[in-house]
Ligand binder design. Structure first.
Ligand SMILES: Cc1cc2nc3c(=O)[nH]c(=O)nc-3n(C[C@H](O)[C@H](O)[C@H](O)COP(=O)(O)O)c2cc1C
Length: 233
């Protein structure tokens, strides 16, 4: 279940070893066309909270995880673990524990300001996606490296690195025709216990994956325009 990180070294076990990198340069006309197409495709991505139970080939999800694992990371430490939860009983346990936490959260633990920010999304403590979606990925961040003998080494920029990897995971899933949700039940400590993760790992997000349900609805959200997010200096 756990990746064989102890067998892995960032540069084949050697100190700095440069190799040539000469990718073919894409003609700018093609770049422009691709960028424009991607912009439209990415704008079609929506967070889905109601999933169809229709099966999805597992290989699509594994390929998307492999895409995510190509992400850049601080000092190339790749501080992530993706747990694909296949056992229906474990998924039921995750849903029960998540809903228990979410009930307390929605009952007031989040505080008025946070609850007000969530209201336009129409979310509540019921988390059907945890058992309905055909696939469930739980992403963990490796707060530090833990060797087989218990030795520890510091990891750098863990939040940033895992956030970028999850962004790439969502992009890969979307461009492969699948829908996903980034679910962050708060607090998430129960996930380490249910999934029996080592002490250096901390849950980052729960990501159900599949097709939207036939009657799926999403909030009619407005995305900020390019003018609102881009500053040119
Ligand atoms: C870090 C992060 C945490 C999130 N946590 C939750 C969550 O716990 N539950 C949920 O329903 N949506 C969650 N979302 C999804 C956001 O609500 C969603 O991305 C946002 O409303 C924009 O909608 P869109 O993804 O369809 O553009 C989370 C998203 C991010 C990036």
């Amino acid at each position: 279940m756990s990746p064989t990180t102890h067998q892995w070294t960032p540069t084949h076990g050697e100190p700095y070893r440069p190799v040539a990198y000469r990718p073919d340069r894409m003609p700018s006309s093609e770049s422009l066309a691709r960028a424009a197409e991607l912009r439209v495709r990415m704008d079609e991505r929506r967070t889905v909270r109601q999933f169809s139970t229709d099966p999805v080939p597992e290989q699509i999800v594994k390929d998307a995880v492999a895409c995510a694992a190509t992400a850049p990371s601080g000092a190339h430490q790749q501080p992530w673990t993706f747990v694909l939860v296949k056992d229906p009983e474990v998924r039921r346990q995750i849903r029960a524990a998540a809903e228990q936490e979410e009930e307390i959260s929605y009952d007031g633990r989040l505080g008025d300001e946070w609850l007000a920010a969530l209201r336009p999304l129409g979310t509540d403590a019921v988390k059907t996606h945890l058992t309905d979606a055909p696939h469930l990925i739980v992403v963990f961040q490796q707060r530090y490296w833990l060797g087989p003998d218990g030795s520890k080494r510091k990891h750098y920029y863990v939040d940033e690195s895992v956030g970028i990897a999850v962004g790439m995971l969502l992009t890969a899933l979307h461009l492969s025709g699948l829908a996903a949700l980034v679910h962050t039940p708060s607090p998430m400590r129960f996930l380490s216990h249910v999934l029996n993760r080592p002490e250096n790992e901390k849950a980052f997000a729960v990501i159900p994956v599949g097709y939207p349900a036939d009657d799926c609805e999403v909030p009619d959200l407005v995305r900020k325009s390019l003018d609102q997010v881009l500053v040119e200096v």
